[in-house]
Design a protein around this ligand. Structure first.
Ligand code: HEM
Length: 442
């Protein structure tokens, strides 16, 4: 029985080298390994059980549908503990995971998301109106500002005002820490306030906690009929009828912020990076936006998620007890990893997989095990409908107000790793101009 010795073949370079390649050049490294070892191969990283990368749809299905006590995802997110707290759905497995997921799922149903359309549109329009025109700018920082504002308004349910301003600032300070390498090294975190960046993070977290607790107390005291996710979570009940505690609510709000902010901002940046390099797709998209049509907008978003999945892998599943996948039996001591990038670029599934062609999705919906930018099974992204809605609204807000042209030298933007995400190397450079006016040269 796998693991050691019997895992599918993979590079034999030292694990330090493999970790370096995976951190610095994830996409070319995946491509190289597939060319050499095939659709399933094993990568060996420093200090963690091997990752068996899987990209056959049947194998991905086996992973997504495995029983919860056979594969665990939660432990792999333990580095997020200081930010999201111990009750976070991201960190849990088995019964405790299922219990949190049941509490949260209703708030993310399609029709609940639709109710948020107004507030997201409002945020998107006012953000876009504040963007610089006439000079080449990276869109990524704009998208980060926009998606943060969307989460604070639509998920936390904050109205414009002092509390929103304070939380935006505190979240910025916490995210800076979460994005620094120190956050990945738990022993350094344990130095606590002795290490200035950790001290600054802890201070920001304390103040953010106070703000969030204040917000929750206010909402409990005045449970008005509202559409934001916090208000819906306040109505959720555990199986014994108890409401979610303040700590649970706080941890899940921080989880939604961590999971939904950077991911959506980066995917939106990729959408523009890709569209700008495919003028025929961009022109068609603008025409469909102007005509108020939906199909091509959705298709362009799906194709962006296929071509540039911001998380190139779904959450690694640690094998807890024996499981058979693709004719091989795996036991404890390794991770099984559904590889989104590789299955999205498999020529047997997608003809011309490297072409950016939204038309693929005009007549066909994406496959459950061949299009996995949101992962799958019981760990599938809880915010997938929300992310799709937000991307749709932002694309429309930008394209209906702005003409968007390629910025910088126009060369393709390489994939660059930023913690666990893969971002466009120059932040999706573009030149914006108000529609109907001639663009000012950069
Ligand atoms: C384009 C944007 C996004 C992408 C590409 C994305 C992708 C993912 C992926 C790949 C996973 C892991 C799934 C697995 O391992 O099977 C995940 C989990 C999750 N995502 Fe997203 N996500 C996005 C936006 C969001 C948003 C907007 C929210 C919430 C507001 C959100 C909340 C979550 C949560 C709570 C989980 C954990 C689910 C669980 O463990 O049960 N995500 N996401």
């Amino acid at each position: 029985m796998a693991p050691t010795g019997e895992l599918p073949p993979g590079p034999r370079a030292p694990s330090a080298w493999q970790s370096f390649a995976w951190q610095t050049r994830p996409i070319p490294y995946l491509e190289r390994c597939r060319a050499r070892y095939g659709k399933t191969f094993t990568l060996d990283f420093l200090g963690i059980d091997p990752f068996v990368m899987m990209s056959r749809p049947g194998d991905i299905k086996a992973i997504f549908t495995a029983p919860p006590d056979v594969l665990h995802s939660g432990e792999g997110s333990a580095v997020l503990l200081p930010v999201v707290g111990p009750n976070s759905i991201l960190l849990l497995d088995e019964d405790r995971h299922l219990a949190q997921r049941k509490l949260m799922l209703p708030a993310f149903h399609g029709e609940k998301m639709e109710a948020l359309r107004g507030v997201v549109t409002d945020v998107a329009r006012s953000e876009v109106d504040g963007w610089t025109t006439g000079a080449a700018v990276p869109l990524h920082p704009y998208m980060q500002g926009l998606t943060l504002e969307v989460i604070l308004r639509a998920i936390f349910g904050l109205d414009r005002g002092a509390r929103l301003e304070r939380l935006r600032k505190l979240v910025g300070e916490m995210t800076r820490f979460a994005m620094s390498p120190i956050s990945l090294i738990p022993p350094l975190q344990r130095l606590g306030r002795l290490l200035p960046p950790v001290g600054a993070f802890l201070a920001a977290r304390e103040r953010a906690d106070e703000e969030i607790q204040g917000l929750i107390d206010e909402r409990r005291a005045d449970p008005a009929d509202r559409d934001d996710v916090l208000s819906l979570l306040l109505l959720a009940r555990h199986e014994d009828g108890a409401p979610m505690s303040n700590t649970e609510l706080r941890d899940e709000l921080m989880t939604l912020l961590v999971a939904g902010h950077e991911t959506t901002a980066t995917e939106l940046s990729w959408a523009f990076e890709r569209l700008l390099r495919h003028p025929e797709a961009l022109d068609r998209l603008v025409a469909e936006v102007d005509a108020g049509e939906d199909a091509y907008v959705t298709a362009a978003i799906r194709e962006t998620l296929r071509r540039r999945p911001v998380l190139s892998i779904a959450g690694p599943r640690r094998v807890v007890s024996e499981i058979e996948v693709g004719g091989r039996t795996y036991g404890p001591g390794c991770h099984l990893v559904p590889n989104a990038y590789l299955v999205h670029h498999d020529a047997e599934i997608y003809p011309e997989p490297y072409a950016f062609r939204p038309e693929r999705y005009l007549d066909e919906d994406p496959g459950t095990y061949t299009w996995i930018p949101f992962g799958g099974g019981r760990r599938r992204c809880l915010g997938a409908s929300f992310a799709m809605l937000e991307m749709d609204i932002v694309l429309r807000a930008v394209l209906s107000r702005m003409e968007v042209r390629i910025g910088g030298d126009g060369h393709l933007e390489a994939n660059r790793r930023r913690m666990i995400t893969v971002v466009p190397a120059r932040g999706a450079e573009a030149v914006l101009s108000q529609r109907g006016r001639a663009p000012v040269p950069a």
